[in-house]
Ligand binder design. Structure first.
Ligand code: PLP
Length: 363
């Protein structure tokens, strides 16, 4: 199995750490002597509750969350959070601020407007075709929350540091960079991340929500759309996505115990992204990074080649060399290397070498 594995640069669902896949395989038919697999066991069993609580404990330790934060697991993807956040926090007619950094943040804005919430877009990088993070930003002092997208998966931009909303809780879509670097959680009211980029498989969304915001949740929402349903029942009101939570737990264990925590993974991620960006910058214009240098993402490196024909050839030849998933999102074209936590340094090094070789042959 190992010998045939590709270097997986897919944007999501994305690479998982090989030791995690091997542990799943070893545990699969008979989970730790339980006589059945995690796929088959009751979500109310002791074994599954232990898995769930371990996933929560690891999230708390890795992000250094204090007791005000609840950690819950929700279905419906990051996309359902675009709706749940305004439904839960803006029921009383008050407003929230949104920063538009393209695609996913634009979707979050759209969903708040579908619900007819009076939100304000306080900054946007649309005029620069979303090639940068807009700064500085004047947030509204009376906003209930300020929504940002920490890493823009499709545009290849990332907040290098988080904005100061002067006491207004930040709400962040961290789907594509959660657990990739340490940060101070204190200014955040809610953090959400679809697991399938950096921390697990598709089917579960990690939501971290601060207790004071839960006081805003109205009674008259459908049960499954209320954060309080999940916080009151430890995400076990109904059947959660058990196997996805189990896999996420193993990925967090890998980050904590094999990699050595978020400082360490941040250093590795910087090294990986540096290999590709240096190759782009040293190519004499053959490769062009699409994000402005001050806003470049460490997770998704987006770049163009001189022609679309060359881009097509680059993606195909790379795939034939075992470097897969380098096509840019269909909405923007070009190339994209997604360098999430589980993509190994050696694989990124192989990509950098392939890029140099390809430029030499075609430049
Ligand atoms: C992939 C992605 C989404 C969409 O996630 P789903 O889980 O498919 O709904 C939202 N936001 C960001 C930043 C993403 O990268």
């Amino acid at each position: 199995m190992e010998s045939k594995r590709i270097v997986n640069f897919n944007p999501g669902p994305a690479a998982l750490p090989l030791p995690v896949l091997e542990e799943i395989r070893a545990d699969l038919p008979d989970y730790k002597g339980a006589g059945l697999s995690v796929l088959e066991m009751s979500h109310r069993s002791q074994q599954f509750e232990a898995i769930l609580n371990e996933a929560i404990a690891r999230t708390r330790r890795l992000l250094k969350l204090d007791e005000r934060f609840h950690v819950i697991f929700v279905q419906g993807g990051a996309s359902l959070q675009f709706s749940m956040i305004p439904m839960n926090f803006l029921a009383d007619g008050r407003s929230a601020d949104y920063v538009d950094t393209g695609t996913w943040s634009t979707h979050a804005i759209k969903e708040a407007r579908v619900l007819q919430k009076p939100i304000r877009v306080v900054a946007s990088s649309e005029e620069s075709r979303y090639t940068r993070i807009p700064q500085p930003i004047a947030f509204s002092p009376d906003a209930v929350y300020a929504h940002i997208t920490s890493n823009n998966t499709i545009r290849g931009t990332q907040w290098q540091s988080f904005p100061d909303a002067r006491g207004v809780p930040l709400v962040a879509d961290m789907s594509s960079d959660i657990m990739s670097r340490p940060f101070d959680a204190a200014p955040f009211g809610l953090i959400y991340a679809g697991a399938q980029k950096n921390i697990g498989p598709a089917g579960v969304t990690l939501v971290i929500v601060r207790a004071d915001l839960l006081e805003r949740v109205p009674e008259n929402l459908p049960t499954m759309l209320k954060y309080t349903t999940y916080t009151a029942k430890n995400s076990l009101y109904n059947t959660p996505p058990c196997f996805a939570i189990y896999t996420l737990q193993l990925v967090l264990k890998w980050i904590e115990e094999a990699v050595g925590g978020l400082e360490r993974i941040d250093a590795l991620n910087r090294e990986k992204a540096g290999l590709v960006y240096r190759r782009i910058d040293a190519s004499g214009g053959f490769y062009r990074g699409t994000a402005e240098p001050g806003s470049r993402s460490l997770m998704n490196v987006t770049f163009r080649l001189p022609t679309e024909e060359l881009e097509k050839r680059f993606i195909e030849e790379a795939a034939r060399s075992g470097l897969a998933g380098l096509k840019g999102h269909r909405s923007v074209g070009g190339c994209r290397a997604s360098l999430y936590n589980a993509v190994p340094l050696e694989g990124v090094d192989a990509l950098a070498q392939f890029m140099q070789e390809f430029a030499r042959r075609n430049g």
